[in-house]
Write a protein that binds this ligand. Structure first.
Ligand code: AKG
Ligand code: FE2
Length: 282
């Protein structure tokens, strides 16, 4: 069976049908998936039923190295290469309850691991249970946003860098000492895709502290100008999950936001997440 790629109507992203990721893919199907990932930035492969090992193998389509998430307490018991995202609880073995996974992995605009010198190349999520409504994931096409800039703005942003920090916005996990955030990390504001050569605006609003070399006010004003430009409806789409979906996105081309912060806790959502390691951005 050969995979079929159907682009989403929103202008980026595509669904790929005719694949069973629990079995080894033919070289042809692998190439179709990887090329679609590069061309469309976001790919959805519906109807999957995967073991943890099969999910790890599927994530390997997008890159050779996977990395465990910093939040060790949410690693899958079978493999640290999968992090569990879930708003369910389970027995803690002491008569109480503990979270089964991370209930909200990022209801804010970001690109994954932009706070590390080697940000994530790609992220893969596999949906085990999805509520009838709510819990969508939002995506923003930063490649299209770059291409829509005026030449003057491209020139102004080219060569600028920004400081990113995981704990820029304070959160309980940091103040409680559960997780030690890595030090400040400098990233280019415009990045070139290492494989396609296409340029994208590289921002991660939740982690992006300031633009280097600018006074605080100027940095804040430029951040706002860039965010307002990128977050126009024409660059955005909302992904509605179905149980069995595998979704993978290119962190050098898009940013994303979960919406789980506002998900009704009686509606259950559980996904497995794998992070595909990347090279430093340039
Ligand atoms: O749960 C989601 O919708 C996305 C979470 C997220 O930001 C991630 O897994 O990187
Ligand atoms: Fe994320």
């Amino acid at each position: 069976m050969v995979a079929t790629v159907t682009p989403f109507p929103e202008g980026f992203g595509a669904e790929i049908s005719g694949l069973d990721l629990s079995k080894p893919l033919s070289g042809e199907d692998r190439a179709i998936v990887y090329d679609a990932f590069l061309d469309h930035h976001l790919i959805s492969i519906p109807g999957q039923s995967l073991s943890p090992g099969e999910a790890v193998t599927a994530a390997g389509i997008f890159g050779d190295d996977l990395e465990p998430h910093l939040f060790k307490h949410f690693h899958h018991p079978k493999t640290p290469l999968i992090m569990v995202l879930s708003n369910r609880t389970e027995d803690d073995g002491q008569g109480g309850k503990k979270p089964k996974g991370m209930a909200d992995a990022g209801s804010f605009w970001h690109t994954d691991l932009s706070y590390k010198p080697n940000p994530a190349k790609a992220t893969m999520l596999y949906a085990l249970e999805i509520p009838l409504d709510g819990g969508d994931t939002l995506f923003c096409n930063l490649t299209a946003a770059y291409e829509a800039l005026t030449d003057a703005m491209k020139k102004r942003l080219d060569g600028l860098r920004a400081v990113h920090n995981y704990a820029y916005v304070p959160r309980d996990v940091f103040t409680s000492g559960k997780v030690t955030p890595p030090p400040d990390c400098s990233q280019p504001l415009i990045r070139t895709h290492p494989e396609t050569g296409r340029k994208a605006i590289y921002i991660s609003p939740f982690y992006m502290v300031r633009i280097e070399g600018l006074a605080e006010d100027d940095s804040e004003a430029l951040k706002k100008e860039i965010y307002d430009h990128c977050l126009q409806d024409r660059f955005r789409m909302e992904y509605k999950w179905r149980t069995g979906d595998v979704l993978a996105w290119d962190n050098a081309a898009l940013m994303h936001s979960a919406t789980t912060k506002t998900l009704d806790p009686s509606k259950h959502r559980t996904l497995w997440r794998a992070t595909i390691s990347g090279e430093p951005a340039f």
